[in-house]
Design a protein around this ligand. Structure first.
Ligand SMILES: Cc1cc2nc3c(=O)[nH]c(=O)nc-3n(C[C@H](O)[C@H](O)[C@H](O)COP(=O)(O)OP(=O)(O)OC[C@H]3O[C@@H](n4cnc5c(N)ncnc54)[C@H](O)[C@@H]3O)c2cc1C
Length: 391
């Protein structure tokens, strides 16, 4: 059994300075009022173009982000790999504003694919579909509403862009993942991802992965449907599992829109569905390749138990565990040390672009009961352990 409380392994990668920065950060973000205030302030500063880099860069940015460019992420990725943890370079941009921005983002994702092709420590690439498409059009497609000619052309362009990226990923030998986003656009993303999986996945390699947000109560049915497709059409499905990041927004939107919330009514429902998805996937490992994106210790243990039960190799390339850079290092490094495949999502981008991601991380750490307290107490323990070891 892995000891997830081993702080020496968990923080090997962090210098004393980085550890102290982490302690400072987590002691700040445990206060919800402060995170709310800073979130509001940052959004305002962004709107009026007030420079806030001087405060964000040495603190939040340094802890949660790899750098502004792929090249700036290299020292961090190499350091992680020294401790057996892979990196997934995640170009952080929010929903696209215009065609030029979408083209630029597609070009940057393409650079990420080329970089992954040449570096063993990058096993996947990833992108956010809304950064490559007009979200209003995605919403219409999701609702099965008819598109006018202009909208149809926009949607076709999205498919073309994604197709070029998936083809490049297949060529590179490193799979590409579609992140999951808001419920109102996800149907269109599912449609396109399925199209790409049919085109690029083979009978034993998932070159394209979709993301399933297991807080949605329809996702187990969807997973079963994907397994059926795999059995029928003879190619494997790539599945990244996450619980889902937009719960409050989805519930509010459903209440306003007058439709039933797509989210389980309680956390237990989400947790059960998550672990059931892992079980179904391992039982169908010849049809599903698994990416376990979670900071939940039970879901990591659950997958480890399933790997053992089904006598799979710890290093089976069809199964990866993943956490976000700057979070749950005790899970990542201890799991990697025990011999499993672990990859950190390593976001990169200019402060301006990464700021919404950083605010989400701070809010998430505040919102998830116990998460910050746990991070903080592990960090404090390691600071204490290092001090004692020096004596
Ligand atoms: C590597 C990685 C990649 C990710 N990619 C994506 C992505 O593409 N799309 C995306 O949406 N998110 C993504 N996330 C975020 C993820 O969806 C979760 O928000 C986050 O990881 C917290 O969930 P958890 O499993 O780590 O842990 P936990 O702390 O156990 O779970 C918290 C989560 O449980 C769910 N939950 C909490 N309370 C309730 C409730 N009352 N009722 C129902 N459900 C509840 C919510 O989803 C909440 O985020 C990613 C996370 C990781 C680690």
């Amino acid at each position: 059994m892995i000891d997830f409380s081993n702080t020496e392994i968990a923080f090997k990668v962090k210098s004393n300075g980085e550890l102290k920065n982490a302690r400072f950060l987590f002691s700040m973000i445990k206060h919800p009022w402060l995170v709310k205030f800073l979130g509001g302030l940052s959004n305002f500063a962004l709107k009026i173009h007030f420079p806030i880099g001087w405060i964000i860069k040495p603190t939040l940015y340094r802890h949660f982000v790899g750098g502004e460019t792929i090249e700036e992420c290299v020292p961090t990725a190499e350091k992680l790999f020294k401790y057996k943890v892979y990196s997934l370079l995640d170009y952080s941009v929010e929903a696209a504003k215009n065609e030029k921005a979408m083209g630029d983002t597609a070009a940057e994702i393409r650079r990420g694919i080329d970089f992954a092709a040449k570096h063993d420590y990058v096993p996947y690439t990833v992108f956010k579909p809304s950064a490559l498409a007009n979200t209003e059009v995605l919403e219409k497609v999701s609702k099965r509403e008819p598109l006018n000619d202009e909208e149809k052309a926009t949607f076709d362009k999205f498919i073309q862009r994604v197709d070029v990226l998936c083809a490049a990923a297949e060529q590179s030998g490193k799979p590409i993942m579609f992140d999951a986003e808001d419920y109102c656009i996800q149907q269109a993303i599912d449609d396109v991802t399925e199209q790409m999986m049919a085109k690029y996945n083979t009978k034993d390699k998932a070159n394209v992965f979709n993301t399933l947000q297991m807080y949605r109560h329809d996702r187990l049915y969807y997973l079963k449907h994907l397994i059926e497709i795999s059995k029928r059409d003879g190619y494997v499905i790539g599945c990244k599992y996450v619980r889902g990041a937009y719960m409050e927004k989805e519930r509010e939107r459903a209440a306003k829109g007058g439709y039933p919330s797509p989210i389980y009514p309680d956390k237990q429902g989400t947790d059960n569905a998550y672990n059931e998805a892992l079980r179904l996937s391992v039982e169908n490992i010849d049809h599903i390749h698994i990416f376990n994106g979670t900071h939940n210790e039970e879901s990591i243990k659950c997958l480890i138990d399933l790997i053992e039960k089904h006598k799979l190799d710890k290093k089976d390339k069809r199964i990866f565990f993943s956490q976000l850079y700057g979070m749950s290092d005790n899970l990542s490094f201890n799991t990697a040390e025990a011999g499993y495949n672990v990859v950190k999502y390593l976001p990169y981008g200019k402060i301006r672009n990464v700021l919404p991601y950083l605010i989400r991380r701070a809010e998430e750490n505040t919102a998830i009961a116990g998460q910050t307290t746990r991070e903080l107490s592990l960090i404090k323990e390691e600071v204490k352990r290092r001090k004692a070891a020096k004596k």
